[in-house]
Write a protein that binds this ligand. Sequence first.
Ligand code: YOG
Length: 134
Amino acid sequence: MPVDFSGTWNLVSNDNFEGYMVALGIDFATRKIAKMLKPQKVIKQDGDMLSIHTTSTFRDYMLQFKIGEEFEEDNKGLDNRKCKSLVTWDNDKLVCVQIGEKKNRGWTHWLEGDDLHLELRCENQVCKQVFKRA
Ligand code: YOG
């Protein structure tokens, strides 16, 4: 049985989000706002289908995909760069590779105890986020 990420999750820590945003080319004023946010994730996992809705008081981002199937991602409201994304399992971790203008872009989700972990990667920057169930 694969891991089930379904649930509502609140951000509790956010290491090097600044570095990740700089690597994505997010401007200073937007970074100032973004780093104050405490986003929530609502994840729905139904077999191979996943939706991850990241919400905040500033912007929302909705991602829906099938595991193992490449899709176009527009990153609207984030850096707005299009990429080709593919999410696959690596044991109990969900790994996304985002092919586009930015090298080494992607993310990994996993569960550790009752916590949801997320590593966000872009170029040489790694942001580490931890979420707890709402
Ligand atoms: O999640 O890719 O769960 O999509 C990363 C923000 C901040 C906007 C958020 C809004 C990157 C201004 C999505 C934050 C910085 C800064 C809440 C992370 C870009 C712009 C939406 C992500 C995956 C994995 C699913």
